[in-house]
Write a protein that binds this ligand. Structure first.
Ligand code: PMV
Length: 360
């Protein structure tokens, strides 16, 4: 494992410079949408913290109309403006600082104040993190605002610097992020899988809808640094990603569900073995899992996955939708292969233009 976290801060700048013109200008106001995503085979652990390169490949399903809309305009003053859900944020707030740091990777030394507006359609009550959709939508909107027309693979690579899971939020449907082998990270980006599965469903069972006790970035670093169980994670996670991909191609839902659930529980085991222990799951998360396992013992094909938070996400096919809605409290069901007709640029499963990208 190579963690160069403190050794070469110029590397991200070099990565952006390789794909951007020397000077940028805002050619037009721009708007973009990107969906959030949930990994069926999780990314956990970095091989390079500065370049945000993962130790293992991951595979996700995007959440259709649960995501982020981002608009970019030239600022009317000499300063950036950052808006979230209609509210102007102080520039030193955690959210605004992360956005501005990311945009600075594009601007480099150039003075180019922007007004950046983000609206999340993820219901707050679902308690889902929005960094994946937020950084993916921001990457798409910057590409349109600066009229860069970069290939989606390059956009995925750039989105990686905002958040790892953002690499996978540039497409709808199933998406795979290959870890890549190269030191400079130029082969570490996501790609859409040409796989349509209209019956596929995800349900969010809210357990804790407040802010996370610890960010996934912090939790990941702490786990990698202190958990003895993490040693076996990278090889197992890579094998899980390959197996999930194979099960998807075979439309073998039982294998896919069992693998995803085992992968998520192994992820949480690495965290719980960290020193001190890191437990994102709450007693209520375990109660939901117990309920799910009881339902499965009765023949219901429902599986679970959990990220760096307490909420439980259920995976099932449309034949179980009525049962899930009836059995799990306050559940929200997402149909990842249905999206609003108003979205632009949709061409079909795995297609390159699935993400709505529109210039005002
Ligand atoms: O991309 P980050 O830094 O938010 O980390 C994502 C970590 C997990 O959600 C737990 C797994 C994943 O692959 O999305």
């Amino acid at each position: 494992m190579t963690d160069r976290s403190l050794t070469d801060p110029a590397k991200p700048a070099a990565c952006f410079a390789a794909h951007l013109p020397a000077r940028l200008s805002v050619q037009q106001p721009a708007v973009a949408y990107a969906p959030s995503n949930i990994a069926l085979a999780k990314y956990w652990g970095k091989r390079d913290a500065v370049l945000n390169l993962p130790l293992n490949s991951s595979l996700s399903i995007s959440l259709a109309d649960w995501g982020s809309h981002t608009r970019i305009f030239p600022a009317e003053t000499a300063y950036d403006e950052v808006w979230l859900n209609g509210v102007s944020l102080p520039l030193d707030s955690a959210f605004a600082s992360k956005i501005i740091c990311f945009v600075d990777l594009y601007r480099r030394e150039q003075t180019l104040p922007l007004r950046i507006e983000t609206d999340n359609t993820l219901p707050t009550a679902a308690g889902l993190a929005s960094s994946a959709s937020g950084f993916a939508a921001l990457t798409l909107a910057l590409d349109a605002a600066f009229n860069l027309k970069l290939p989606k693979s390059v956009l995925s690579m750039l989105a990686r610097f905002g958040s790892g899971s953002a690499t996978r939020s540039l497409w709808h449907g199933f998406v795979r992020w290959d870890r890549g082998e190269k030191e400079d990270g130029s082969d570490s980006f996501a790609r859409p899988l040409m796989l349509d599965w209209p019956e596929f469903r995800i349900a969010i069972v809210p357990v804790d809808t407040g802010p996370k006790s610890r960010s996934s970035r912090d939790g990941m670093n702490h786990t990698v640094a202190t958990s003895p169980l993490f040693k076996i994670w990278p090889a197992q996670a890579e094998a899980d990603c390959t197996a999930v991909h194979t099960a998807l191609e075979a439309r073998d839902f039982a294998t896919l569900g069992a693998l995803s659930e085992a992968n998520a529980l192994a992820l949480h085991a690495t965290m719980m073995a960290a020193r001190p222990a890191l437990c994102y799951l709450k007693p209520q998360s375990w109660r939901v899992l117990e309920q799910l396992w009881a339902a499965r013992a009765e023949g219901h094909q429902i599986y679970a996955t959990m990220d760096a938070g307490a909420n439980v996400k259920l995976l099932f096919l449309s034949s179980e939708e009525v049962f899930v809605r009836r059995s799990f409290a306050n559940v929200s069901v997402i149909r990842p292969f249905e999206w609003p007709q108003s979205w632009l640029g949709k061409v079909g499963p795995g297609g390159q233009n699935w993400v709505s990208k529109q210039v005002l």
